[in-house]
Design a protein around this ligand. Structure first.
Ligand code: UT7
Length: 341
């Protein structure tokens, strides 16, 4: 590893590159309505989603992650990475972690690489851990990826979850830098509440199932969510975490240019912006095109916002998410001058 000398204590992690990748196959609401009891109208009015990208055969999460990771490294103009952190709910296999395989695909064999499991908050957890690796001097460049093949854990008969989720990957490269630079990662507010574990879950496939007194059901192999309760907790925790992050940054709500929140439901985004007293036109909305992509959601939304021109150099942005665990998080930062691939 090439670690620059640490002078004057801890260093800051600064975003110096970003990239994203979506599998080419697009599934519209109408296509879903043709195979399950739902409608374009229901999906659009309840969620804001119009379409989602879905993986094709032979395209596991590591494939998506490597595509996004390669683009982020190109954007940063780096070929050397000291560590890779992958946030995913849908690893290629339950064992081992997917990150070492992604590192291998990217020509980074030998570097530390590990997975973070925090469902839709995974990217913010990964960002925080990666920033810590840089602050401690353990790494000078860290690749942070959020990647999901979420469609692979959805029960094809479950119309509630089946219409919500999509697949994709996004990534950023962090480098060692100064806290006042644009792109510097400041305070990352994170939290969890394990008493809510049943709200968003895949029950089977782990030690709980293998030690179960009562055998589990076939449906337990798939993702399940108690949507209404999740909605309420998501609004509350994303709002609180965002306000805490704003406080750490020393910004008032009115000074925020963009909220880049986990893209689960348009009604959740509206509720968070209202509670934060930030106008709706400062919300980045990407879920209409990709649905809920869990850990990939925030980096995909960053890439989308940069491509539309909404995200500009110097923009003051809030990143926030809520997900299974339950987990939540938020951070405030100023967007750097980078080209997103
Ligand atoms: O990524 C982690 C964070 N996830 C989230 O934040 C998701 C949060 N939750 C949500 O976004 C919403 O709760 C959902 C979109 C999941 C559901 O919306 P809702 O307004 O809470 O609907 P509901 O579950 O109360 O269902 C209302 C009705 C039900 O019918 P009845 O009981 O009123 O007759 C459902 O059976 O809509 C029915 N329904 C559907 N109808 C057509 C549920 N799913 C569908 C569907 N198409 N796909």
């Amino acid at each position: 590893m090439r670690i620059p000398e640490v002078r004057g204590g801890l260093r800051s992690a600064v975003i110096c590159g970003a990239g994203a990748w979506l599998p080419p196959r697009i599934v519209t609401n109408d296509e879903l309505a043709a195979r399950m009891d739902t409608s374009d109208e229901w999906i659009r009015t309840r969620t804001g989603i119009r379409a989602r990208h879905i993986v094709s055969p032979g395209m596991p999460t590591s494939h998506l992650a490597a595509e996004a990771g390669a683009r982020a490294m190109e954007s940063a103009g780096v070929t050397e990475i000291d560590a890779l952190v992958l946030a995913t709910t849908t690893p290629d296999r339950p064992c081992p972690a997917t990150a070492p395989l992604v590192a291998h695909k990217l020509g980074l064999t030998g570097r530390p690489a590990f997975d973070i499991s925090a469902v839709c908050t995974g990217f913010l957890y990964a960002l925080s851990v990666a920033a810590g690796l840089i602050a401690s001097g353990a790494a000078a460049h860290v690749l942070v990826i959020g990647a999901e093949a979420f469609s692979t854990i959805i029960d094809p008969r479950d119309r509630t979850s089946g219409v919500l989720f999509g697949d994709g990957a996004g990534a950023v490269v962090l480098r060692a830098g100064e806290p006042q630079e644009p792109g510097a990662i400041g305070w990352v507010e994170l939290g969890s509440d394990g008493s809510l574990a049943d709200l968003i879950t895949v029950r089977a496939g782990g030690s709980e199932q293998r030690t179960a007194v009562v055998p589990q059901q076939p449906a337990d192999a798939y993702f399940s969510m108690i949507g209404k309760e999740v909605f309420t907790h998501a609004v509350k925790h994303m709002t609180q975490a965002s306000l805490t992050a704003l406080n750490h940054a020393g910004w008032r709500s009115g000074e925020v240019d963009l909220i880049i929140a986990h893209q689960a439901n348009l009604r959740i985004l509206h509720a968070v912006s209202e509670r934060m007293d930030i106008p709706r036109n400062r919300l980045v909305v990407h879920l209409d095109q990709v649905g809920n992509t869990a850990a990939a959601s925030i980096p995909l939304a960053l890439a989308h916002a940069q491509s539309t021109g909404e995200l500009f150099t110097g923009a003051r942005i809030i990143l926030t998410a809520f997900g299974g665990g339950a987990t939540w998080g938020a951070t405030a930062l100023t967007w750097p001058a980078i080209k997103v691939e």
